[in-house]
Design a protein around this ligand. Structure first.
Ligand SMILES: *Cc1c(COP(=O)(O)O)cnc(C)c1O
Length: 726
């Protein structure tokens, strides 16, 4: 038994966890264990340098410190311990981690809101923290990951909840004829930076969720994100029937029955997991509707304590926040009435309220019989703070949901905008981080995310910035060539052809990047609408252009997969080959390489379908210039001199006309403005006008679209007012 003093001394966010990995470390470097299991390393370049110094081959192969430490053997450690530089680096990194963890009391939240207690529970279906923990598919997950990182940096008392997917989201390869192939890796959790939560008797922690005829059990795991714990549920445990174990295998599984089971585990199981860990959140934040069933569980507990249904619902509403990311009705999570009735019934039987009453909370139109169960409707009805993820998105989403909010609710309880942001230390290239450190000293993260940083950035040397940009571009070139070589070797190209790849991708050439999910509304094909005009652009002798594409289409999205095939085949066509590249397996790593290494970031959604978009923010912080439709975040970000707006046609019913006009506007912009500006050089070979725009992009986008600003805004507009409610 643990003595009680040790238990009370332990901060609430340092949850006891079991040891599962086969890691044996010499005493001199034993703290590598703590470092490996705190995903703080994902945004600390020095920590990653340390892991690489342990074993650079193993590191570049896995980029996963737990796997790395499992692999290292005794003789190798002997060698390392004799290396002074290694030991110095080790101590520096461990000190930095300890300092980071100890300084919570000096962080923004404690300074600006002394004495305010949390925690705030944050629920999401996916988290994109690093490619080594592949429990995300795209933008939503990466946004949630950045939210946790900034909450940690700012000292916000937050605990996150999600699912631990054994097969994650698929990994993509593309065959020689351009077909997307789906690979589902089989992750061994004991080799990932997550550990099972430890219960009071030193065993694992499990929760159960009732489904028809059985209970689903889930084991509780914890990933540590700086100061923020991320609680993850896994149903692949021996207590479950072999048919139920796969519930948490795959992210965004298309099967509706599997999906509703996942969302029961996330919402109800997630709320139960926090209770089992002794955590009592004071505010609950649902990031998208997938987790909204947690409100059922919270209400159930109040009913069990003797509250009336109306009182219980009013109470949970007073402490709930909901964020919607989906401006089209079809994008919202909806379950068939019969399925919802069947799968909620066993849980409901343990409550004194009739199933129909619970179902009504998710029905948009109560009058109609057989209404489906809409997760967004449930979340909207049971939250006192609602937001979209950009101003434009909030304008579009507000009329979609306003009728579900009590008509006498005050203005602050209606849907507002809290625009997304991204975590600078995660997305800035190391070269750029070093430049900022040279310019502004150790406090560079504070400088570049503050409005005062602007003049400082504009004042600094054009040449420095351009050289660092070229360095990041050369890094992209090396990455791209290696990826293309692997891909084309698989396709059966000859050694001579593979050697030719080494000459591909010239860092001096204007490079346009486009990487995102291949959802139809994102229109990856817009740039390829007029091939003749495109060929003129890429094939120009003096002023050529090259294009790098990446992105996955959902396994059930045939149109998206056909688009990938079409674009891949174009990239192999005689006239575009060597100038248009398709990189496989878009993930956080590919994303980082691209936003750090391209000159122009292209974004062509069909307005107003893009809720926010965040990849353009990452690119701008690295000095890439956005060329974007005025959708999502860009109308807020664009200031006339930090990139370009594609002045196409506004949304309407004629999609073909919209696409045509948008494509014309895009070509015009490229031909008349973007290409000439990039190739306009002074006597030193510097594109002065371009660099001025890069600086403007860095200086304007970094402070306003950093996830620090976003999380602070969630605190001020949502969390803190609700924390004052109880
Ligand atoms: C940032 C990011 C996204 C989001 O990109 P959008 O332009 O917002 O669609 C998606 N996937 C990955 C891997 C990312 O890093």
């Amino acid at each position: 038994m643990r003595d009680s003093a040790a238990v009370t001394e332990r901060p609430w966010n340092d949850l006891p966890r079991l040891h599962v990995a086969d890691i044996e470390l010499p005493d001199e470097v034993e703290r590598l264990y703590d470092l490996a299991y705190n995903l703080w390393w994902t945004w600390s370049p020095r920590a990653r340098e340390l892991f690489s110094a342990v074993d650079s081959r193993s590191w570049s192969l896995y980029r996963n410190p737990v796997q790395l430490l499992i692999n290292v053997d005794r003789p190798h450690w002997q060698e390392k311990l004799e290396d002074d530089a290694f030991r110095t680096l080790y101590h520096r990194v461990i000190q930095a981690l300890d300092r980071y963890l100890a300084e919570a009391g000096d962080a923004w939240f404690a300074r600006t809101h002394p004495g305010v207690q949390g925690p705030i529970a944050y629920f999401c279906m996916e988290y994109g923290l690093h490619q080594a923990l592949a429990i995300y598919s795209g933008g939503l997950g990466v946004l949630a990951g950045d939210h946790l990182k900034s909450a940690s940096d700012l000292g916000v008392p937050l605990v996150a909840v999600g699912l631990l997917y054994r097969h994650g989201y698929f990994r993509q390869t593309v065959s020689a004829d351009g077909r997307q192939q789906h690979i589902y890796p089989d992750y061994d959790f004991t080799r990932l930076p997550v550990r099972p939560a430890a219960g009071p008797t030193g065993r694992g922690v499990f929760v159960a969720v009732p489904l028809p005829g059985r209970e689903i059990h889930a084991q509780v795991w914890v990933a540590q994100i700086g100061r923020v714990p991320l609680v993850l549920l896994d149903t692949d445990v021996p207590q479950n029937d072999s048919a139920d174990r796969p519930i948490t295998w795959a992210l965004y599984t298309p099967g509706r029955e599997m999906r509703i089971a996942q969302e029961l585990v996330l919402g109800i199981g997630g709320a139960r997991a926090l209770a089992a860990l002794g955590i009592e959140p004071r505010v609950w934040h649902m990031n998208e509707g997938h987790s909204a069933l947690l409100q059922f569980e919270r209400a159930r507990r109040r009913l069990a304590a003797g509250e009336s249904f109306a009182a219980a619902l009013a109470e949970i509403r007073r402490s709930s926040v909901f964020t919607t990311h989906t401006p089209v009705p079809a994008g919202n999570e909806v379950f068939d009435a019969a399925l919802a009735r069947r799968d909620f019934a066993p849980w409901c039987a343990a409550t004194p309220v009739d199933l129909e009453e619970w179902l009504r909370l998710g029905q948009i139109d109560h009058g109609e019989p057989g209404q489906p169960f809409n997760m967004t409707a449930l979340a909207v009805r049971t939250s006192a703070r609602l937001n979209g993820v950009s101003r434009l998105n909030a304008e579009v989403a507000r009329p979609m949901w306003d009728h579900l909010i009590p008509s006498d609710a005050p203005e602050e309880e209606r849907l507002h905008a809290i625009t997304n942001g991204v975590h600078p230390s995660t997305w800035l290239g190391v070269e750029m981080q070093e430049l900022f450190a040279r310019w502004f000293g150790e406090r560079w993260p504070q400088v570049i995310t503050s409005e005062i940083g602007r003049a400082a950035i504009l004042d600094n040397s054009d040449q420095d910035l351009w050289e660092v940009h070229l360095e990041q571009k050369r890094r992209l070139a090396r990455f791209l060539r290696a990826r293309l070589r692997d891909q084309f070797a698989r396709h059966g190209l000859s050694p001579d052809e593979l050697r030719g790849i080494e000459k591909m991708f010239d860092p001096q050439v204007l490079t346009i990047g486009f990487a995102r999910r291949f959802a139809t509304y994102k229109r990856a094909g817009l740039l390829f609408a007029d091939l003749l005009r495109l060929r003129h652009l890429v094939g120009n002798r003096e002023r050529p252009v090259q294009i790098v594409l990446a992105g996955k289409a959902h396994p059930a999205d045939k149109a998206g997969q056909e688009l990938i095939q079409h674009l891949f085949q174009l990239s192999q066509s005689e006239t575009l080959k060597g100038r248009v590249f398709f990189v496989e397996d878009y993930d956080i790593r590919v994303g980082r390489m691209l936003v750090q290494g391209v000159d122009v970031w292209l974004n062509t959604p069909r307005r107003p379908m893009e809720a926010s978009g965040t990849s353009g923010m990452k690119a701008a912080m690295n000095g890439a210039l956005n060329c974007s439709i005025a959708d999502g975040w860009w109308p807020e970000g664009f200031d006339g001199s930090n990139g370009w707006v594609i002045a196409g046609r506004d949304g309407g019913s004629d999609e073909a006309a919209q696409d045509r006009e948008d494509a014309l506007a895009l070509y015009h912009l490229l031909e008349e403005q973007i290409v000439p500006a990039f190739y306009e050089r002074d006597e030193k070979g510097l594109p002065r006008r371009w660099i001025a725009m890069m600086k403007e992009a860095i200086a304007t986008v970094t402070p306003r679209f950093s996830s620090d600003r976003m999380v602070a805004e969630y605190c001020e507009k949502a969390y803190l007012p609700l924390l004052g409610n109880d």
